[in-house]
Write a protein that binds this ligand. Structure first.
Ligand code: DGL
Length: 263
């Protein structure tokens, strides 16, 4: 069983890609047949304004929960906790590195041979951890990173399109967008409002990049062989939410899904 976690709805954008394995990666029994348990910690959302210590505790709780439900492969579909996935966690949870996929590595790997000038937007927790800036430095690239403090919460709790647009516009206010080639959406909530980013970026010639496909491809390459099930998805959320249920209905209408509210 694959366990996925996020503060709420953001991880749905990663799960969607895991279920729609791109044709070039398709293998018999890809991740469309895997059984998935999804932990959405809506009671503690948004994660992106929390401290490193708080995020580490929430990460431990999420992994423990998923393991208690039988997950043996884990996808951390939350950029804000990536800096909390320390080496010691692997020992504490008896996880081999091949049993965990997170957001940063697969994303940065996509740009190894690219000359693109990169702008990255994410939550304050992700930007302050400098995890992306350091990972890009390792491949010899310097990036511009911009926090969008209220955006993930606004998306999670169903803010209107105008409110979302205002938040994104304010975040990009002082930025000469035309100096960049690519905008990386380094928060899994952001692809849920991808069209708002496109509306602002496309006139300036900036392409919008969603890391979900690269992360899904990584999960597929590590987990597909061992994860043969019947394609069920169980969503476990720590607080009931009409927006979360609506997104599940929209994105996974043809799958066999159940949603539970858990403590
Ligand atoms: N979707 C998560 C991320 O990728 C968390 C966003 C939040 O809860 O602030 O960072």
């Amino acid at each position: 069983m694959i366990g996925i976690f996020d503060s709420g709805s953001g991880g749905l954008t990663v799960l969607r890609k895991m279920r729609e394995v791109p044709a070039r990666m398709a293998q018999p029994g890809g991740l469309s047949n895997a059984d998935v348990v999804y932990f959405g910690d809506i009671a503690n959302a948004p994660y992106g304004s929390k401290s490193h210590a708080e995020l580490s505790a929430l990460t431990v709780h999420a992994i423990q929960f998923l393991q208690s439900r039988g997950a043996t492969s884990i996808v951390s579909a939350c950029n804000s906790v990536s800096a909390s996935l320390a080496i010691s966690l692997f020992d504490i949870f008896s996880l081999a590195p091949t049993q965990l996929v997170e957001m940063v590595g697969p994303t940065v790997a996509q740009f190894r041979d690219s000359e693109a000038r990169i702008l990255l937007c994410a939550t304050p927790a992700t930007i302050q951890s400098e995890i992306y800036q350091q990972a890009f430095q390792m491949i010899g690239k310097s990036i511009t990173a911009v926090p969008l403090p209220e955006l993930a919460g606004a998306i999670e709790f169903g803010a209107s399109r105008e409110e979302i647009k205002k938040i994104v516009q304010n975040g990009f206010d002082d930025l000469p967008l035309s100096r960049f080639d690519v905008l990386i959406l380094a928060c899994t909530h952001y692809p849920l409002v991808r069209e708002v980013f496109e509306e602002l970026c496309e006139p300036a010639g900036v392409a919008v990049y969603d890391p979900a496909e690269a992360v899904a491809a990584r999960a597929q390459s590590l987990f597909a062989k061992s994860e043969q099930g019947s394609g069920t998805t169980t969503f476990c959320i720590t607080k009931d939410s009409p927006s979360f249920r609506a997104r599940v209905a929209e994105l996974f209408s043809r799958s066999s899904v159940t949603t539970e509210v858990v403590k």
